[in-house]
Write a protein that binds this ligand. Sequence first.
Ligand SMILES: Nc1ncnc2c1ncn2[C@@H]1O[C@H](COP(=O)(O)OP(=O)(O)OP(=O)(O)O)[C@@H](O)[C@H]1O
Ligand SMILES: [Mg+2]
Length: 316
Amino acid sequence: MHIILIILIFTLILIGAISYYIHIDMSIFVIAILIAISNAVLYMNYRLKKEVKEKFQAKERLKALNETLELRINHELKRREEQDKVLEQQAKMAAMGEMMDAVAHQWKQPLNAITLYESLLKSDFQDGIVDQEYINNFLDNTTMQINHMVNTLDEFRKFFRDNQNIEKVNIKRCIESLQRLIKDDFLKNHITIDVNVDNDIEVNIKENELKHLILNIVNNSKDAFNENDIKKRIIKITSTHIDKNQILIEFEDNAGGIPESIIDDIFKPNVTTKSADKGTGIGLYMSMQIANKNHGDLRVRNSEDGAIFSLLLPLA
Ligand SMILES: Nc1ncnc2c1ncn2[C@@H]1O[C@H](COP(=O)(O)OP(=O)(O)OP(=O)(O)O)[C@@H](O)[C@H]1O
Ligand SMILES: [Mg+2]
């Protein structure tokens, strides 16, 4: 704008000076002024058009950028979703492997017992001591062992059944059901699980997801007990009412604690201190996902002789 005014004033002065010196007619002077003004207006018009065009182009560029940005964000979100699904699947497979181990332990003892009863039956028959009472006893004992195996298998199937719905789950009963699956494995590893949880705590969650979360925590304790060669092994599970809407479940072990070098990253994927055949580092990541998905939280701290995991969940 300033340049235009300067040009206009300069043109006027120039024309004025020329007409003064060469004494031309006043009408020519007026025409010259008009030409100068119209030039200035044309120039202004040109500048204005140029500015509008530039603004339009900038707007178009911004629009195109926004569109590709949206595309890029969608692409990234989809990629992460797929990554999470793969991790979830991996975690499930790992849990399945661990559970198969647990089931194998649970089955070993009753299978041994049944084999023993069978071999005794043959020799007792030859000794002539197999009567009605013997048969009844034999049936009671074998049925008990077979029931134990069937119960374990039922728990196992329940654990991996998909499409479970979110429902009111009683925390104590859920822990007891999980304990039925891992009892023999933990017994073999000399681990006592001391459960001090109120009878009536209920949360809205998919039951097998909660079991999965708890299994990840207690299995980590089991590994730490073995790695650190701890003699007296105890996992304490306790419940505390935070307020009328929230419950805190704490899992405390005396397995030596989490290494300080990883404690801040422990809930990130692929953080592990174990060899590839022992751990992938997604157990606690998945546990945190499950807690968050259910509007809860999972935290960790070390105590004097072990680790404490705190699971916060909204009450049903
Ligand atoms: N109770 C615990 N005591 C000591 N260290 C622990 C405990 N719980 C977890 N950790 C440490 O945290 C790491 C991460 O645990 P996380 O469960 O996520 O993975 P992982 O057990 O290594 O492998 P995964 O669970 O996938 O088989 C473990 O490797 C271990 O070093
Ligand atoms: Mg683990």
